[in-house]
Write a protein that binds this ligand. Structure first.
Ligand SMILES: C[S@@+](CC[C@H](N)C(=O)[O-])C[C@H]1O[C@@H](n2cnc3c(N)ncnc32)[C@H](O)[C@@H]1O
Length: 354
């Protein structure tokens, strides 16, 4: 397996509208999926509780071979990476500290049926995991809406704008790769990739408590606890490691609708193993982003950003992905100070004149 870290970031930057195969053009001023909460301060970014297991080979910073070291169950084993399962937001004020709008309504019947015209694409992309994808779509359309993670108007197009274009990214990810999905939100694209590709081990990195609570429950309900875990915190914290967890890294780092390419590279490249790749799902502005941020990406140790179309002949339009290889490992920037001689004296200073 090659070690490449791909970050898939779709959308036009922070809070941008995720791109998708829908012929319906998104409103450029609104992010219909993640609205009010995205502008909330990230008061809950820290890792929530200490680990119950001291060492976790799946998170040692080394590439993971899924068959040999299945990822531990989320929530049950390592609370550092997953919040305790909470049945409903109303019962757990501790997960509502990120601007939760208030008690949710009970899940209503959803309008998330796979449209017949997309059935072929869905079968191609999800194969025999199509039922699992349908289960996730249902969760998004019910609990996701109730908890304010998904706009209600988004439910009829969950398949075309979200599940299918995220699943299309899978073709850029090598067999058996470890994946870190930065800024997963409600699980896009990380959870979709884990559904479409049972060979992957996926870590969902998300700082907001209400979202990680949803992610943990979704992972449990979908039976993905061996392949997926949730890290509550920012990408920078995941890369640096916390008091309780070693630095995380993976072959591929994905992202969608998280940030513009320069900031995305700063957050995501440190999470990729050397030679790994950031795979970011991007929108129509992908080429301009590459032109604008290519130099910044290089300064961060990234190679030349490459643009790829995914799902050609399967979804229309295909998904646009920007990839950056982590070519060089760049350390933290050092502060410039006055030059000193080996003896610790300032060059050209008073001592020299004596
Ligand atoms: C617009 S949402 C996109 C969510 C999801 N990727 C999608 O496409 O639907 C951006 C997400 O990135 C998360 N985020 C912002 N800054 C982050 C950082 N430094 N590290 C990790 N996640 C971050 C936010 O909490 C939010 O959930």
């Amino acid at each position: 397996m090659t070690h490449d870290g791909t970050t898939a970031g779709a959308g036009s930057g922070p809070g941008g509208t995720p791109p998708g195969p829908s012929p319906v053009q998104p409103d450029p001023t609104v992010d219909p999926v993640f609205s009010a909460e995205d502008s909330a301060p990230m008061a809950d970014q820290s890792v929530s509780s200490p680990p119950s297991t001291p060492a976790d080979p799946a998170f040692s910073g080394q590439p993971v071979t899924p068959a040999a070291t299945p990822v531990a169950p989320v929530g049950a084993v390592d609370p550092v990476f997953a919040e305790p399962t909470t049945p409903a937001p109303t019962a757990a004020p501790s997960i509502m500290d990120d601007g939760d709008p208030g008690p949710g309504e009970p899940p209503a019947p959803s309008d998330v049926t796979l449209p017949p015209e997309l059935a072929g694409a869905a079968r191609t992309l999800f194969g025999d995991r199509l039922d699992l994808a349908a289960g996730y779509a249902e969760l998004l359309a019910t609990e996701g809406v109730v908890r304010g993670l998904i706009g209600p108007r988004e439910t009829p197009r969950i398949w075309e704008r979200h599940l299918l274009n995220c699943a299309a990214m899978a073709e850029r990810i090598p067999e058996g790769a470890s994946v870190i999905d930065v800024g997963s939100g409600a699980g896009l694209p990380g959870l979709v990739l884990a559904i479409a590709r049972p060979d992957l081990t996926v870590t969902l990195v998300e700082p907001l408590a209400r979202r990680t609570a949803f992610l943990v429950e979704a992972v449990e309900q979908l039976g993905l606890t061996r392949a997926v875990r949730v890290f509550r915190g920012r990408a920078e914290e995941a890369a640096a490691g916390t008091r309780d967890t070693p630095p995380l890294s993976a072959d591929i780092v994905t992202a969608r609708a998280v940030a513009a390419l320069d900031r995305l590279a700063a957050w995501c490249l440190p999470l990729a193993v050397a030679g790994g790749r950031l795979v970011a799902l991007k929108g129509a502005s992908a080429a301009e982003e590459i032109a604008e941020h290519g130099a910044a990406v290089a300064r961060l140790g990234g190679g030349e950003p490459e643009l790829h179309r995914c799902g050609v002949g399967v979804i229309d339009p295909p998904a646009t992905v920007v990839e950056v290889v982590r070519e060089r490992v760049i350390g933290p920037a050092r502060k410039k100070g006055p030059k000193r001689s080996r003896g610790g004296r300032r060059r050209g200073g008073r001592d020299r004149d004596r």
